[in-house]
Design a binder for this molecule. Sequence first.
Ligand SMILES: [Zn+2]
Length: 213
Amino acid sequence: MWRAFGNPPWLNPDQDCIGLQMQQQARKNLRLLLYLLFYFIAILFWGKEIQIAEYAGDTTAMHKFLGQHPEPPYPSQASITTAMQVFQIKKSPRCKYPQFKRDVFDRGQTIFGGLLWQGIVLIGPPAFSSWGMLGSTLAHEIEVHCNQNHLFYTAIDMIGLDGHRFAEEAAYGYEISNAKRFGLNPFEMSEIEATVAELLPRRSFLYSLVVGD
Ligand SMILES: [Zn+2]
């Protein structure tokens, strides 16, 4: 009786094999669909990407403050609030207000990830070496990283093209082109340049494409 219709699928090894192939194909299609969805969302959230321009506002009050405060700021949340006001750093809607964190070993960190709708900006003790460095660090994290589209950079990373390296190059490049605004001295400038040389020994493809060498 079974013979007339062939073996039932659970007895037929070929049938099983076809089932497996269909499963694999379905999984491949699903993966492709997820990738496409990811790129679509990434492009949808395309932000203000290139932020390497110099600050266009009035820096008189900033320089006056720097002249009156040659001593480094006390590492605290209050100093962050002061620096945000003095250097006219606007809080980005894409990040929460910057937080002082004693155990952060970098000057600053911006964390985007998972389902975080808003990024988290953490400022560590090394940022408090001078008021200018604190301002420059806040600008790096808030004026650059918070306005970047990290989903897009992840998409670029996934095709092997250093998206996040570019994000970092843009942030340090911004600090260097805004050195005058923050009254950075030559020692501080060379410190930033040394960090760039150490972290980013070669230009990313995106940077040479968009900014040039
Ligand atoms: Zn950075």
